[in-house]
Design a protein around this ligand. Structure first.
Ligand SMILES: Nc1ncnc2c1ncn2[C@@H]1O[C@H](COP(=O)(O)OP(=O)(O)OP(=O)(O)O)[C@@H](O)[C@H]1O
Ligand SMILES: Nc1nc2c(ncn2[C@@H]2O[C@H](COP(=O)(O)O)[C@@H](O)[C@H]2O)c(=O)[nH]1
Length: 207
């Protein structure tokens, strides 16, 4: 079985990465593409569901998971802890399914060290004003949390050059189309490698 590809997607909070990933998943069959559900110690927002948006856990549970090396990566973001389950990701990739991680730059750095074959995408907002509008428009965070996230936005964006691909999420449909193009190109690149590996190209070019 050929391994699935791991895609890391990062962006300042509110730039639209979760919306883009969710829209992409609607166009892909489950046996092809899945999104990882992280563990977090942050409080649940209105409308969020345990095991659908996140596994919401206590700090003690999170610490216990770190101790048993259950995370592929984990980080403190905006004063809360977030982590990606190692076992789940390894199992899904081994079954040939591509997996998307919606994680911050710290997690992205940890994954690149462990899995250099992972592909990474950074999503930028068209402007800081628009980022602020989107965070407010989402209507899920307090003034204090929005201020904290806006204050961290520039720090997150300074890491854009560490990523393989950059998408500016101004027009949503255009940004989604860019994301689909990246996935398509990566799949074509890999299928070319597989053909070469199988000796098919050699056979096709013979005679
Ligand atoms: N291109 C766009 N134009 C206008 N609004 C957008 C666009 N993309 C996303 N949004 C809206 O911006 C808000 C923030 O988007 P989203 O929650 O996907 O951001 P995020 O980067 O995943 O944030 P976080 O890191 O906090 O989870 C949402 O209300 C979403 O509907
Ligand atoms: N390093 C990790 N970062 C993660 C993970 N899951 C989410 N995140 C990032 O946290 C912020 C805030 O998310 P929110 O849901 O509270 O708005 C955002 O940048 C996410 O990408 C994770 O498992 N590891």
């Amino acid at each position: 079985m050929v391994q699935g590809t791991l895609y890391i997607v990062s962006a300042p909070s509110g730039a639209g990465k979760s919306s883009l990933i969710q829209a992409l998943l609607k166009t892909q069959p489950l046996y092809d593409t899945q999104v990882s559900i992280s563990h977090t110690t942050r409080s649940i927002r209105p409308g969020e569901k345990h095991s659908e948006h996140y596994f919401f856990v206590s700090k003690e549970e999170f610490r216990e998971m770190i101790e048993r090396d259950a995370f592929l990566e984990h980080a403190e973001v905006f004063g809360n802890y977030y982590g990606t389950s190692r076992e789940t990701i390894e199992q899904v990739l081994a079954s040939g399914v591509d997996v998307f991680l919606d994680i911050d730059w710290q997690g992205a750095q940890q994954i690149r060290k462990k899995m250099p074959q992972a592909r990474s995408i950074f999503v930028l907002p068209p402007s800081k004003d628009e980022l602020d509008r989107r965070l407010r428009g989402r209507g899920q965070d307090s003034e204090e949390i929005i201020a904290k996230r806006m204050a961290q936005a520039v720090a997150e964006m300074t890491h854009f050059a560490e990523y393989d691909y950059l998408i500016v999420n101004d027009d949503f449909d255009l940004a989604l189309s860019d994301l689909k193009t990246i996935i398509r190109a990566e799949r074509l690149r890999l299928s070319r490698q597989r053909l070469r590996h199988d000796g098919l190209i050699t056979k096709l070019l013979a005679d």
